[in-house]
Design a protein around this ligand. Structure first.
Ligand SMILES: [Zn+2]
Length: 179
C-alpha cells in the first residue's frame, strides 16, 4: 500500500493536479526545511528519480534490470501498480489490483523462454541445470494457473522482449486496456 501511494504521488500525476501542487508550493514557501524533505521524498526531479531507481536496481536482487525497464515503461505510460504482492501466487512483479491483472518479468535463461536463443542448457552439469530450470518452469505454470483460478489475468514479459520498447508498450497497452 505504501508503495502504491508513493508511485502515484510521483512525477506525472502530481503535475496533473494543479490544486495539490499549488498547496504544496505555498506550504513550502513558509517552510523551506519541509520543502526539502518533500522534494527529497517525492523525487520532483525526474533525473533524480531515475538515478534512484537505478541505484535501487543495483542494490536489491529482486530489481533485475529487465524488470526495472518494464516498471519504468509501464509507469511512464501512466499506469499505477504495486510490486511483488506477497499474498499472490508467485509474487508477480507488477500488480494492477483494481484490474485484477499481473505482470511477470522473466529471465529467458532462468525461466526457459521457448524458442529463445538464451534458453540453452549449460554444457557442464547438464542434469543439475535441467532439473533446476525445469523446476522453475513448472512453478511458473502452477502460479499462473493459480492466479487465473482466482480470476486474475497474467502477462509474462520475457527479458529479450524488453529490448523493443515500442513492441512492449503495445503488448502492455493491449493487456492492461485503457488507463
Ligand atoms: Zn527470450
Amino acid at each position: 500500500m505504501a508503495i502504491e501511494r508513493s508511485m502515484s504521488s510521483s512525477g506525472k500525476s502530481r503535475r496533473d493536479s494543479d490544486d495539490g501542487w499549488e498547496t504544496r508550493a505555498m506550504a513550502s514557501q513558509s517552510n523551506p526545511k519541509k520543502r526539502l524533505l518533500q522534494e527529497g521524498r517525492s523525487g520532483r526531479d525526474p533525473l533524480t528519480a531515475r538515478q534512484r531507481s537505478e541505484l535501487m536496481g543495483r542494490i536489491s536482487s529482486k530489481d533485475t534490470k529487465p524488470e526495472m525497464m518494464v516498471r519504468r515503461l509501464v509507469h511512464g505510460m501512466g499506469y499505477r501498480y504495486r510490486l511483488h504482492a506477497r499474498e499472490l501466487p508467485g509474487r508477480p512483479d507488477l500488480v494492477f489490483r483494481p484490474r485484477r491483472k499481473a505482470i511477470f518479468v522473466h529471465g529467458c535463461f532462468w525461466h526457459r523462454h521457448p524458442g529463445c536463443s538464451a534458453n540453452r542448457l549449460p554444457t557442464t552439469r547438464r542434469e543439475f541445470w535441467q532439473h533446476k530450470l525445469d523446476g522453475n518452469v513448472h512453478r511458473d505454470r502452477r502460479n499462473k494457473e493459480a492466479l487465473e483460478e482466482m480470476g486474475w489475468h497474467v502477462l509474462v514479459v520475457w527479458e529479450c522482449e524488453t529490448k523493443d520498447f515500442d513492441h512492449l508498450a503495445n503488448e502492455v497497452r493491449k493487456f492492461l486496456g485503457p488507463r
